[in-house]
Design a protein around this ligand. Structure first.
Ligand code: ZN
Ligand code: ZN
Length: 382
């Protein structure tokens, strides 16, 4: 009897996984073969040959300023070493795999893999944000920012990934080896949802299951809606492609969880716009604001160089409030040493700010690498 029940549960799991794979395939069939790209200048953030920010455009810092930053950092011995090791725990693989496609009662949950890579489970699917599992965030295997902590889950430990969202093409967010490995996962590749201009990059790797979105465009995967939203940032992978592909964040709306992922961003009015855009779907009757926002809290010093492109902790909390998110998870810290603050400073600054403002510890939290936070299901009022 027990064996029969087990076999039945397994059949249901296989059937459900089959349905999600079919949804990935059918969602791809809805992509027109050539995405209509609006003519240049038709939208305020489009410009000939590329894109711009909504509020205060990003001006590339001249080389002299880059050199000044590096010179001052060296003179002051920055970044200082971390005061303590970055917390890391063994992942709860039994839960994560049981909660993947096929679960009869999936629970919304977020697991920090490291940097901006989060395994989010919502709407019965498993998704990754900006997956990077490599040793370096760099085009080179031997140089560039090195990983300080191993990923919270190795690629081989992941449940089947149904969806990958990529916020922009910087090396710490779009990693070729990680994307190629995910495209080869057992059971079929995930759907990749990316900002305008990145489909060609995936195509060059032989990856075709890619949907490109402009800001405010939506793509649907089963019961999950994926919307690309603005962020104040920039793009480049080489010397001659600055601002040529789009950047952004994502709103991922499932019946049991509304998730927000900011990607990389400076502080701007974009977050008030995003709250207004979703306001009529996030009334108290409809279940309220975003159930969880994944917001960057690291890579912010020195401010004279970084403020335009990366928020500090104070600004991340402002974004949390602008979005009217129920809770936020601080990411983009503790993994790659990119800037002048210590690798472990962001959560200390966050704790100090929460204490100063009387903010609940669960309202804006961090996780250990590998740790999972289960979230209450979104509850529309009846
Ligand atoms: Zn970036
Ligand atoms: Zn980044």
């Amino acid at each position: 009897m027990a064996r029969r029940a087990g076999a039945l549960a397994q059949d249901l799991t296989v059937a459900r996984q089959g349905r999600i794979q079919a949804a990935v395939r059918s969602s791809l069939h809805k992509i027109p073969s050539a995405m209509p790209v609006p003519p240049p200048e038709r939208k305020p953030h489009h410009r000939p040959g590329g894109f711009r920010n909504n509020y205060g455009d990003f001006a590339a810092k001249p080389l002299a300023q880059v050199l000044r930053w590096k010179r001052e950092a060296r003179r002051q011995g920055l970044p200082p070493p971390p005061q303590a090791p970055i917390p890391q725990v063994a992942p709860d693989l039994a839960f994560l795999h049981g909660n993947a496609a096929g679960a009869t009662q999936p629970v919304p949950a977020v697991t920090w893999v490291g940097h901006s890579t989060v395994l989010a489970q919502l709407g019965g699917i498993s998704m990754l944000t900006d997956p990077i599992f490599s040793q370096r965030a760099s085009p080179l295997g031997f140089a560039g920012p090195k990983r300080h902590q191993p990923p919270g889950l190795a690629l081989a430990q992941l449940p089947h990934i149904d969806l990958v969202v990529v916020s922009h093409n910087h090396y710490d967010h779009l990693d070729s080896a990680s994307v190629r490995a995910l495209a080869r996962q057992a059971g079929g590749p995930p759907l990749f949802v990316v900002p305008l201009g990145l489909k060609t990059w995936f195509g060059a790797l032989g990856i075709t299951g890619v949907v490109e979105l402009d800001w405010w465009d939506t793509h649907r995967l089963g019961c999950v809606e994926i919307v690309l939203v603005p962020a104040q940032h920039w793009s480049a992978r080489g010397l001659n492609d600055r601002m040529k592909t789009l950047w952004g964040g994502f709103a991922v709306l499932a019946p049991d969880c509304h998730l927000f992922f900011a990607g990389d961003t400076g502080y701007s009015r974009d977050f008030q716009d995003i709250q207004a855009h979703f306001a009529n779907r996030q009334t108290p009757q409809a279940g309220g604001g975003f159930d969880v926002a994944l917001l960057p809290i690291g890579a912010y010093e020195p401010r004279w160089f970084m403020a335009q492109q990366h928020v500090n902790v104070d600004e991340a909390v402002k974004i949390h409030r602008d979005l009217q998110a129920k809770r936020s998870l601080g990411v983009h810290w503790g993994t790659f040493e990119l800037t002048d603050e210590a690798l472990d400073e962001p959560p200390r600054a966050l704790a100090a700010l929460r204490a100063a403002q009387g903010m609940d510890a669960d309202a804006f939290f961090v996780l250990a690498i590998g740790e999972t936070r289960r979230l209450p299901r979104r509850q529309p009022l009846r």
